[in-house]
Design a protein around this ligand. Structure first.
Ligand code: PGA
Length: 242
């Protein structure tokens, strides 16, 4: 694992965007694995700004997102389909046909998940997978468990994740209880992994990811076994790693 310390959120976002744009410049038709959540928003903004300046071109890029809430339509403002358009896709020259997010609107979990596994495999898996990390060490919606997950599957969100995500909903009762998520094994197939984290609330999870035992109790800890994983985190998120 390579750990890059950023001063603050803005610095973290710029450094992460630099790594993503380098990937796109080096391989214009690359496959990006993308993430939602508050943490990557700054990196997406920076990439949009560089796109507008003509520095990076997404015309040939294809993307596969990590996860989606089960039961939300693609147009639901709380869905990750909507999030990605709002924060990234609508502001760059990516072909929307080349963007993929698990289909949370399909109530048939087994069908939705196996379909997603097929298209991610057919794409050859991401050249670069962007990840946030949950306060409880989750990646995607792979929550702490007694085993690591494999392919895309339907998960029951933990209370701590429902609590953490409730800030984005009118009330905690509105937070979906289930999601479809790429599995840990699929995440590990990416040729490069870029984890972004900021703020003190992530300090324990970042410590456990980088220096704790490799255990499904902290799903992100498996990234220690990836041969090309870069963590870009601000000082607060790295405060327990000194
Ligand atoms: P956040 O979520 O970026 O909103 O903190 C990260 C995650 O849960 O993966």
């Amino acid at each position: 694992m390579k750990i890059i310390k950023a001063k603050d959120y803005e610095d973290m976002s710029r450094k992460a965007a630099n790594i993503i744009s380098a990937q796109v410049i080096l391989k214009p038709d690359c496959v990006l694995g993308l993430a939602t959540g508050s943490t990557p928003i700054g990196a997406y903004k920076q990439l949009v700004a560089w796109y507008e300046k003509g520095d990076v071109d997404f015309a040939e890029v294809s993307t596969y997102n990590l996860d989606e809430y089960r039961g939300l339509s693609h147009d639901d403002p709380q869905s990750y389909h909507y999030f990605m358009r709002e924060n990234f896709f609508d502001h760059i020259n990516i072909d929307l046909n080349n963007t993929h997010v698990p289909d949370g609107s399909n109530p048939d979990a087994a069908a939705a998940c196996s379909e997603y596994d097929k298209i991610v495999a057919a794409a050859g898996y991401p050249d670069l997978q962007l990840l946030g990390i949950g306060n409880n060490g989750h990646i995607g919606f792979n929550e702490p468990d007694d085993h690591f997950s494999k392919g895309t599957h339907c998960v029951d969100l933990t209370e701590s994740t429902i609590q953490a995500n409730s800030r984005l909903f009118d009330s905690i009762d509105d937070v979906p209880r289930q999601a479809y998520t790429m599995g840990t094994q699929t995440i590990m197939y990416a040729r490069m992994i870029l984890v972004v984290a900021n703020g003190e609330a992530k300090a324990q999870a970042v410590h456990d990811m980088c220096y704790g035992p490799v255990t499904p109790a902290c799903p992100a800890s498996i990234l220690q076994l990836h041969t090309n994983c870069v963590v870009v985190a601000d000082e607060a998120a790295l405060s327990l790693c000194e």
